[in-house]
Design a protein around this ligand. Structure first.
Ligand code: BES
Ligand code: MN
Ligand code: ZN
Length: 496
């Protein structure tokens, strides 16, 4: 897909298969709609006079102009009340617009829906949102379908009748970069686990390293991890024929002296539960248990596309959780890289076992902050459903920055508490810590476990168990949230 921009233009002059304009409640025409109406013998107002269309959000209607226009279709989109039109409405309005246009055979579309936004911040948010929504509507994972139905749409132009109130070129590049990162993340996550193994994740990272000068990749093999003392990670990967991999990607957008932001992702390419075997229903969805790693890799891709002036280091903890005669058993005790001993009371709580060694390892990069993301607990879905990610942190300021970034880009996260009272649930009779904390507050006790390994730095954990996929499709979340956080960080560095 090709995205472009046009400013200070009139819809009347545009040769496009479809032009999309907004109609507000009470049938108020936007500037673009008014220009079309004036040129086309009042095609829009004649239609609105029939009173079939109120302009509320969700409404749409296609018109086919006969005179005065160079385009073949005009799609009217209801945008609700004009003074309430902002980033949230943009998302739903763009979804309607992109869905309707892909039903036609249009190959090019020109979108005037952002034309009416007069505030800089809102224009920026809406612009990123517009591109992400288009990319989302057009995304399809059909690698294994013989009959591939692909959309005709090739070119989306975001157009304005005036000079927009924000730096649209930069924002367009950001939107495209984030969309590309989400695409990579979704493609990786949607692959079945017989294709997307830890080795496949490592190879995908290596190919990213070849595509961008600013990205370097290093893969730690099981033998390397043994030498580093990563007994916790290896206790998961040893049950599988597939070799575990710890993949380190570095994005270098600033000079050596600038401390990196670290991202860590859970990359369990299939989670059977191990000896604490999961029930069979919906177990296929456990191929998505590597979505943390996929979103971290997608975010690195987005950073490189946006050329952000920051350093980022990413660690992907990739392993398969299988039951076998070599697999860990409940009650086994292992020693993590930090030196802490862990009693594995449930082999299905494997995410924290692979993550804790990755979190210890990433400390050697002297990161300014560390953010890990993982499909860590089923309890997270109970708490927040499929709409909102959970954030837990040893620093409320960082948690707030993450929530703010999520809000800005419509990839919401909400903070859950962590305190000593919960930590007690992780006591082990035999080792320093147990890997489960009982039935209650599962998302919190999982984060408490991780926090034992993150004491040396500012850290946040994002549980994406409910948001990383819906139905049978990966969402690419939280690539937008992480990318927005890094954009905000890079602006902060620039201004300080
Ligand atoms: N990958 C799962 C968490 C999960 C479950 C994510 C369902 C999305 C949907 C994780 O490894 C797991 O199995 N967690 C256990 C922890 C428990 C054994 C303490 C869980 O949530 O049941
Ligand atoms: Mn599990
Ligand atoms: Zn898991």
């Amino acid at each position: 897909m090709n995205y472009t921009l046009l400013t200070s233009t009139s819809p009347v002059d545009i040769e496009s298969d479809c032009i999309i304009v907004s109609i507000f409640e009470d049938n108020k025409l936007s500037t673009a709609a008014q220009k079309i109406d004036d040129a086309s013998n009042n095609i829009i107002s004649k239609f609105l006079n029939l009173s079939d269309f109120s302009g509320e959000c969700g409404q749409f209607h296609m018109l086919y102009p006969e005179t005065g226009m160079k385009c073949s279709r005009i799609l009217l989109i209801g945008c609700g009340k004009e003074n309430k039109f902002s980033q949230e409405t943009v998302c739903s309005v763009m979804k309607t617009a992109s869905k309707e246009v892909t039903k036609t055979s249009s190959t090019s579309v020109t979108v005037f829906l952002l034309d009416t936004l007069s505030e800089r911040i809102i224009c920026e948010q809406a612009m990123r949102q517009a591109i992400l929504t288009y990319a989302d509507t057009l995304y399809e994972f059909n690698k294994y379908k013989s009959d591939k139905k692909e959309s005709h749409l090739e070119h989306v132009c975001i157009a304005f009748t005036t000079e927009p109130p924000c730096d649209v070129e930069t924002i367009l590049e950001q939107g495209k970069g984030i969309a590309k990162g989400m695409h990579l993340s979704r493609d990786l996550a949607n692959q079945p686990s017989n294709v997307c193994t830890p080795t496949f994740i490592a190879e995908t990272a290596e190919s990213l390293g070849r595509q961008y000068d600013r990205i370097t990749v290093e893969v730690l093999e099981e033998s390397d991890m043994e030498a580093l003392g990563m007994g916790s990670f290896l206790s998961v990967s040893k049950g599988s024929e597939e070799a575990g991999k710890m993949v380190v990607l570095q994005y270098k957008g600033s000079d050596e002296s600038s401390r990196p932001i670290a991202l860590v992702g859970k990359g369990v390419t299939f989670d059977t539960g191990g000896i604490s075997l999961k029930p069979g229903a919906s177990m296929d969805e456990m191929k998505f248990d590597m979505c943390g790693a996929a979103s971290v890799m997608g975010t690195i891709n987005a950073c490189a596309e946006m050329e952000l002036p920051i350093n980022v280091v990413a660690v992907l903890a990739a392993a398969e959780n299988m039951p076998s005669s070599k697999a860990s058993k409940p009650g086994d005790i292992v020693t993590s890289m930090s030196g802490k001993t862990i009693e594995i009371l449930n082999t299905d709580a494997e995410g924290r076992l692979v993550l804790c060694d990755a979190l210890t390892y990433v400390g050697r990069y002297n990161p300014e902050v560390v953010i890990d993301t993982a499909t860590l607990t089923g309890a997270c879905i109970v708490a927040l459903g499929h709409q909102i990610c959970a954030v837990l942190s040893n620093d409320d300021g960082l948690a707030k920055e993450i929530m703010d970034a999520g809000k800005e880009i419509n990839d919401a996260a909400w903070q859950l508490p962590m305190s000593e009272a919960y930590r007690k649930q992780l006591k082990s009779a035999f080792a320093d810590i147990g890997n489960i904390g009982g039935r209650s507050a599962g998302t919190i006790t999982a984060a408490c476990f991780l926090s034992e390994f993150t004491k040396d730095y500012t850290w946040a954990h994002i549980d994406i168990a409910g948001t990383a996929w819906t139905g049978k499709d990966a969402t690419g979340r939280p690539v937008p949230l992480l990318s927005q956080y890094l954009i905000n960080k890079s602006l902060h560095i620039k201004n300080s």
